[in-house]
Design a protein around this ligand. Structure first.
Ligand SMILES: Cc1ncc(C[n+]2csc(CCOP(=O)(O)OP(=O)(O)O)c2C)c(N)n1
Length: 557
């Protein structure tokens, strides 16, 4: 369209985002986004959240999607801005979080600037998004934005990308925003429900495994009712934590380690595994065996999508459709079998509880991880949200932190990237200002996006960043020792984290003893502002407890 006819394309783009219900755009604008930024300045519905790195903007947008089910939106310039989105795009796509990235580009019709900063961003985004598109005509903005949202939010959710070149943003068009469609997820077929019900009824020791997909769709209520009416015990993967309150007497644990833990003994005891919302991006919570290996339990896959088959996962029965509805249908049709016997499974769990209770009482200094996990749990209300970065403590928390509600333990067991702990906590604090929020980071992971402390202070957020300080990339150092290699190449120095926090206008604290940690956690929870707690941590027994000890103990049971 020619200048003057209709409205400016960048204005239309913003109207399309408004029609989708967009509330925030996170990011770092560049020269190529200036038309878009100007249009955004006139929006009364969408707020720009300026970050100090595009990666953090992408993590925040993804976390918005994770909490709400609606795509979070982020913006960056061409070239280096777009490449900074790559990790966040992979984080959203693997982790099943709806997110839309918008990047700028030089004019595509005529350009006098050669190839300066120009990359094929659309091709780059291909393997890590569900949809990537360069706008070549402003008339198509409404349908492309709608499509980007539809695909980002549809199961399995993930990242989408639109490139908006400068000359297209400056065009004029008479196109209008398209309304969101009203869509319901299909329900599972009755015949598949009957098959699942028969298999569960005929089994002796059925068990539920709750995975990533179940945490997205708020299936918690239905699953809890199912467990209560049938008495069938459940365990979770890392991404399934919190779907049902882990204080439930039928909780068997979280499959945080790959094998050999108490919880794996419970799964091995089962002859019928109902695997709910499983996603192969997570490490398998159990390994299936084919007939040549003696066969194994019947596996029922309950999810919105059919199972992605691999050598250790080839379920015999699939129930495909909305997960909450499928569980409801199974619950209505099932008659609990008096021959079901869960005693052995529950005995494994009881043994794990006894084992970890003693560990958590260890008040040594530097702080012992099981004690730290317990202190964080005690400091957080039921609906408090902890957002973990990636490091060895993620395993301690996945195993030992008792989640009470869905989406209260945000961890990344999909891309498992470092650097997302602080941005995901910031997003959680923005969305739920009435809830307590903590970022839990290693010193390594924190430093990957620590500049966002400025953003958190500027946004006047209330949150606590707990840094587990071992002056090392502890997770890798642990694996290095575990594999018998010499201690090499994984230690470093840190800034003075208290002064560092203060230089941003945050409030810095340093833990002096285990009891002091308890005090500080309570103080930070009750005092508004951005708090940073530098907590020296003792990782000397990681291997003993997370590996040898647990395997030996659970084998001996
Ligand atoms: C972006 C990124 N780089 C590297 C890794 C590999 N990695 C996983 S954990 C880890 C060390 C984490 O160190 P830190 O954050 O200090 O936590 P710690 O394990 O010491 O508790 C590394 C390097 C990763 N997961 N993500």
């Amino acid at each position: 369209m020619t200048e003057g006819a209709g409205k400016k394309a960048s204005d239309l783009f913003i109207e399309c985002l408004e029609a989708e219900g967009c509330e925030y755009i996170f990011g770092v604008p560049g020269e190529e986004n200036l038309d878009f930024l100007d249009s955004l300045s006139r929006s009364t519905k969408i707020k720009l959240i300026l970050t100090r790195h595009e990666q953090a903007a992408g993590f925040m947008a993804s976390t918005y999607g994770r909490h709400t089910g609606k795509a979070g939106v982020c913006i960056a310039t061409l070239g280096p801005g777009a490449t900074n989105f790559v990790t966040a795009a992979a984080y959203a796509t693997l982790g099943g979080m709806p997110m839309l990235m918008i990047t700028g580009q030089k004019p595509i019709k005529k350009s006098k600037q050669g190839r300066f900063q120009i990359l094929d961003v659309v091709a780059m985004m291909g393997p890590i998004t569900k949809f990537t598109h360069q706008m070549a005509s402003s008339d198509n903005i409404p349908s492309r934005v709608r499509e980007a949202y539809r695909l980002a939010e549809e199961e399995k959710p993930g990242a989408t990308h639109i490139e908006l070149p400068e000359d297209i943003a400056d065009e004029h068009t008479t196109s209008r925003p398209l309304p969101r469609s009203i869509v319901r997820r299909p329900a599972a077929d009755v015949k598949s429900i009957v098959q699942a019900v028969e298999a569960i009824q005929q089994a002796r020791r059925p068990v539920l495994v709750i995975g990533a997909g179940a945490n997205r769709k708020m299936t918690g209520k239905m699953l809890r009712e199912f467990v209560e009416e049938t008495g069938i015990p459940f365990l979770t993967t890392q991404l399934g934590k919190g779907v049902i309150d882990e204080r439930h007497p039928r909780f068997l644990g979280c499959a945080a380690l790959s094998a050999g833990d108490f919880v794996h003994r419970a799964i091995e005891d089962s002859d019928c595994i109902v695997n709910i919302g499983h996603d192969v991006i997570e490490k398998p919570p159990f390994f299936m065996r084919d007939a040549g290996e003696g066969g194994g339990p019947t596996v029922i896959h309950v999810s919105t999508k059919t199972a992605e088959v691999d050598p250790v996962y080839f379920p015999q029965i699939e129930v495909i459709g909305d997960i909450a509805n499928a569980i409801w249908q199974i619950k209505e049709a099932i008659t609990p079998n008096p021959a079901w016997d869960f005693d052995q499974m529950l005995a494994y769990r009881a043994a794990e509880v006894r084992h970890t209770a003693g560990l958590a009482d260890d008040t040594r200094f530097p702080v012992f991880p099981p004690h730290l996990v317990q202190q964080v749990r005690a400091a957080m209300p039921d609906d408090g949200i902890i957002c973990l970065d990636n490091g060895v403590y993620k395993i301690w928390f996945a195993r030992g932190y008792c989640a009470h509600q869905p989406n209260t333990v945000l961890l990344d067991n999909a891309l498992a990237t470092m650097g997302a702990g602080l941005p995901s906590a910031m997003m959680s604090a923005m969305l739920y200002p009435e809830r307590k929020v903590m970022a839990i980071c290693g010193d390594g992971g924190f430093m990957m996006n620590s500049q966002e402390l400025e953003t958190a202070v500027r946004l006047k957020l209330n949150l606590t960043v707990l840094i587990l300080n071992d002056s090392a990339y502890g997770m890798i150092r642990w694996k290095q020792a575990n594999m018998g290699f010499v201690d090499f190449g994984l230690t470093y120095g840190n800034p003075d984290f208290v002064k560092y926090a203060e230089s941003y206008g945050a409030i810095g604290h340093r833990v002096e003893s285990a009891a002091h940690l308890t005090e500080l956690l309570a103080h930070c929870r009750e005092t508004p502002g951005v708090h940073l707690i530098d907590c020296p941590v003792d990782y000397s027994e990681n291997d003993q407890i997370l590996n040898k000890d647990i395997k030996a103990l659970s084998k001996a049971l």
